[in-house]
Design a protein around this ligand. Sequence first.
Ligand SMILES: NC(=O)c1ccc[n+]([C@@H]2O[C@H](COP(=O)([O-])OP(=O)(O)OC[C@H]3O[C@@H](n4cnc5c(N)ncnc54)[C@H](OP(=O)(O)O)[C@@H]3O)[C@@H](O)[C@H]2O)c1
Length: 226
Amino acid sequence: MPNVLITGANKGIGLAFAQSFAVDGWKVHACCRQPDKAKELKAIEGDVVLYKLDVSDGLRVAGLAREMIDDPIDILINNAGYFGPRLEFGEIDYDDWTYTFQINTMGPLRMVENFVEHLASSDRKLVVNVSSKMGSLNANETGGQYVYRSSKAALNAVTKSLSIDLKDKGITVISVHPGHVQTDMGGEEAPVTIGKSVSGLRKLIAKVTEEDTGQFFDFDGSTIPW
Ligand SMILES: NC(=O)c1ccc[n+]([C@@H]2O[C@H](COP(=O)([O-])OP(=O)(O)OC[C@H]3O[C@@H](n4cnc5c(N)ncnc54)[C@H](OP(=O)(O)O)[C@@H]3O)[C@@H](O)[C@H]2O)c1
C-alpha cells in the first residue's frame, strides 16, 4: 500500500490531503502540532496514523524520523505553513520574520534532510513543497508582504537545490501553489475551494515524473515562473 506523510494535517489543505489519500486506500502519516485536538483528522476512516510534530522543532523532526525508520515514505507533503503578521514596509517584525522562515523554509528542508532515506527506499520518491505564487518574483505585481513572500521564494530555492542534490537518489522534488484557497489562511472570500485545490493537486501529483523535478506548478498543472 502506498503511503504519504503530511505536515500540518489537522486543518485546511493538509486535512483535505489526508482525507483524500485515505479514501483512496493510502496509508497516511498525518502530522500536526496538537493531535489531541485534531478532531476532524481523527475522524477520518482508513489507515491514518497521527504524530505530534512542530516542523520548527529540529529535535522532534529527527526523533520522528527515527521512530519511523522502518517506514518508506512514497510522498512527503511539506504543507505546514504560516502567513505571519500582515505587516508592510516600515512595520516589519524581524523576530516574526525569523519564525516564519523556520516554518515555511527551514521546516521543509529539515523534513527532507531527516526523511531522505525513507523517501529513497520508497517506490514513488516524491517531495511536494507547498509554496505559494506569492513567492514568485515574476508574479509579484503588488509589492508588500515581505515576510511571507520571501519565506516562500526561499522555499522555492530550497526545492531547486534539493532537485539537483537528490537526483542521484531518484527523488523528485517540486514546489506547488495550491491556489488562493478558502482556509483560515486564505480567508472565506478566497476564490478556490479546498476540494478544488486538493483534487487539482492530486491529479498533478499522480502524473509528476522525475523529468519534472525542480519545477514550480500551479494546482491546475501549469508551471509558474520563479
Ligand atoms: N490558503 C491559501 O490561499 C494558500 C495559498 C498559497 C499557499 N498556501 C500554503 O498552503 C499550506 C497550507 O495552508 P492552509 O491554507 O491550509 O492554511 P491553514 O488552514 O492556516 O493551515 C496551516 C497548517 O499549518 C500548520 N502549522 C503552522 N505552523 C506549524 C508548525 N510550526 N509546525 C507544524 N505545523 C504548523 C497549522 O497547524 P496549527 O493548526 O497547529 O496552527 C495548520 O495545520 C501552507 O504552506 C500555505 O502557506 C495557502
